[in-house]
Design a binder for this molecule. Sequence first.
Ligand code: BV8
Ligand code: ZN
Length: 250
Amino acid sequence: MTTENAILTQTTLQLLQGCRRLLVLSGAGISAESGIPTFREAQTGLWAQYSPADLATPEAFDQHPERIWAWYQWRRNLIARGGPNAGHHALADLTRTHQVFIATQNVDGLHTAAGNRHIAELHGNIWRNLCSHCGATNTEAMAESSDDSPRYCQNCGHMARPDIIWFGETLPMAALQAAENELDRCDAILIVGTSNRVYPAASLAEAAVASSRPVLEINPRTTPLTTAVDVHIATSASQALPALATTLQA
Ligand code: BV8
Ligand code: ZN
């Protein structure tokens, strides 16, 4: 493993030479520069007193549904205000010349908003509401709203929940399977903006470093997998990904 402070060096370019099919494993860090706090960064305002891991659970929703709906509306407003950043746009731009499949832990919908279409949302989508009573879902537009009250099912009237995978809940098998299949088909893997600590999503990154394919990690900090990847680009996603896209498309 080499850590590169220069965004791209010969090592990276040699590794990615001829790679046409990229698997991207993205986490909260790719959205940090859109103004959305990662799970390990301190939340602000009212939410500073809570740990996201304590809020992102079915128990928290059962006990305080209004609080959890208000938290998700607070995050929806941050997402709508920030929008995709240069890192999201660079991955969308790469699809002009490369096959790009993104398996994301993020629920913000920003890869879709930037224009990527081949995405596995491992932890659901904050803009979709799910009714646990009848299974109906409905998607709200990515727009700011001052209404932070619970949403109700348009089909049966029961209180809905955000269509998100909380801690202790199983991931959508189709999304996980699609990401695992792509791991077997891709030429190289980019691990972008994740602490690689939440399972089973982190097991994809572990499988990547155990495979014979080149693995690059883009993260200003190190993670438990940094010593196992081929190249650790120690800079932000919004700097590294545009540089990578430009170089790969040259
Ligand atoms: C489950 C939606 C079956 C909610 C989220 C082994 C196997 C299976 C499960 C477990 C296991 N061990 C433990 C578990 C339980 C648990 C788990 O993994 N716990 C962890 C804490 C140990 N997993 C689960 O509960 C999963 N369920 O497996 O069900 C089951 C059931 C019962 C018991 C066992 C098994 C469900 C996990 C999904 C939870 N939902 N999100 C919401 O968003 O509101 S997880 C949530 O946290 C995020 O989606 C994300 O996945 C995770 C945070 O991780 P990151 O994305 O990495 O973000 P983080 O803040 O950690 O790191 C940001 C990184 O970015 C940092 O490294 C930073 O340096 C970097 N960065 C910062 N700025 C930038 C940057 N990088 C680039 N550019 C920048 N500018
Ligand atoms: Zn319903």
